[in-house]
Unconditional design. Structure first.
Length: 426
């Protein structure tokens, strides 16, 4: 009886397997696969020999990634080759003229006039969370790898409070909330401007048996850009304003003592802003995004400065990038809390995102992205800024509605967590 049942189960499995293969060969099913468009590089500008020196100087200022001479050499062949497309994809975005006037140093555009005064010596984030038992960071390597952490109790609740506070703020600015995937095709990540074939690859790749060329997303910006891929908008539809909460995965490491703890980690929660604008208003939209970031930090009671970053700090896609650095009293220094970039048409040319201009012409949108709230660094700034003489943490007023009435974070009792090594008996 059992053997007969096993026979029929095997027969059904073979039938299902054969049907699956037929489905995968069906053109209609294949049509459901993600259709990544061919890039539409600005060949008329890039391959014009008259622009060679301008582009070469731009590449030199932006970490030297890209080879315009190789592009021009390949362009002599009338047929567009895969190698030529690959080399075109390496050419970085042109830098905003404002940035070129700063040289190699960032320019402070705005800074807080005063800094918080303490009647005691403020402690660092790592000292505070240790004494209040808010964070587990030691001996987590065997569990989740290096640079891992566990938020405990009240600080975990503050993480959720920050997310809720930020989302409600963004919705008042007419952002639409989108739930995004954390696993993306490698090609999407490359189209958004991440370099994946260098020695300093910052992206986690999944093994092949999980799917072809899949990676963990480093920011929701990429998923939101993928969502709008192959989209054409009317002029009046713009700007498209999207927001997302996601986990961000980054393989970056740092040996700097200022970036110890959870300042630079391999995975964290972030609320991201993503905007598609018409070409004429993207600079204006960039300023609007920075104003939103400032408003978020001001309402929380944090101290910060706004910095225009030099060209070598921009990465391939951004024409201009503004960073906001928050004052960290325990460290007595400023640290990056958020950034905001105008990528102009770099991403839209690679993902076929366009709009119909007032004259009826089809143009590529300008894409912009900005950090609304990167949880680990916001927690560092809040805990160091709102610490009391007793070593407690006062909850910022704007977060009180999301903290179940808790106004002060004190030492908490949490379960003792230990790692145990199992002895092998050979």
């Amino acid at each position: 009886m059992k053997s007969q049942r096993a026979f029929w189960m095997l027969k059904n499995c073979r039938y299902l397997s054969s049907q699956t293969k037929k489905l995968l060969k069906n053109p209609e099913i294949l049509g459901l696969k993600l259709q990544i468009p061919e890039p539409e590089y600005d060949i008329e500008f890039i391959c014009n020999p008259a622009n060679r020196d301008l582009i070469a100087n731009n590449i030199k200022c932006r970490k030297g990634i890209g080879n315009i001479d190789k592009v021009l050499e390949l362009a002599q062949n009338p047929k567009m080759s895969k190698e030529q497309m690959k080399e075109l994809g390496k050419i970085p975005n042109m830098t905003d003229p404002h940035v070129l006037t700063y040289g190699n140093e960032p320019k402070v555009l705005k800074s807080c006039k005063t800094l918080p005064n303490f009647e005691f010596t403020p402690e660092s984030f790592s000292q505070l969370v240790k004494s209040l038992k808010l964070l587990r960071i030691d001996e987590l390597g065997p569990v989740a790898g290096q640079k891992s952490y566990i938020l405990l109790g009240d600080i975990a609740q503050m993480e959720e409070a920050l997310v809720q506070y930020t989302i409600r703020k963004l919705m008042k600015y007419d952002f639409k909330l989108v739930s995004v995937p954390d696993i993306l095709p490698r090609e999407i990540i490359e189209r958004c401007g991440m370099v994946l074939d260098s020695e300093r690859n910052l992206v986690y790749s999944l093994e092949n048996h999980y799917g072809d060329d899949l990676c963990l997303s480093g920011t929701a910006e990429m998923s939101l850009a993928m969502k709008l891929m192959n989209s054409h908008f009317n002029y009046d539809d713009l700007p498209i304003k999207l927001a997302a909460v996601s986990r961000c995965f980054r393989a970056e490491i740092s040996n700097s003592t200022e970036e110890q703890g959870i300042y630079r980690v391999h995975q964290f929660t972030k609320v991201e802003m993503f905007v598609c604008s018409n070409q004429e208003k993207s600079s204006e939209v960039l300023n609007e995004l920075v104003n939103i970031q400032e408003n978020l930090l001001n309402d929380l009671g944090l101290y910060f400065q706004v910095i225009d970053m030099p060209s070598h700090e921009l990465g391939a896609p951004a024409a201009r990038k503004l960073d906001i650095e928050g004052w960290l009293p325990g460290r007595k220094t400023f640290g990056e809390l958020s950034s905001c970039s105008n990528c102009t048409d770099y991403q839209s040319r690679r993902l076929n995102i366009k709009y119909k201009a007032m004259n009826g012409e089809l143009k590529h949108v300008h894409t912009l992205n900005g950090t609304a709230c990167a949880i680990p660094r916001m927690l560092i700034a809040i805990l160091e800024t709102f610490q009391t003489k007793e070593g407690f943490i006062r909850v910022p007023d704007k977060l009180l509605p999301f903290m179940n009435g808790k106004t002060m974070i004190k030492k908490q009792n949490v379960a003792d967590m230990r790692n145990y090594k199992l002895k092998s008996h050979n």
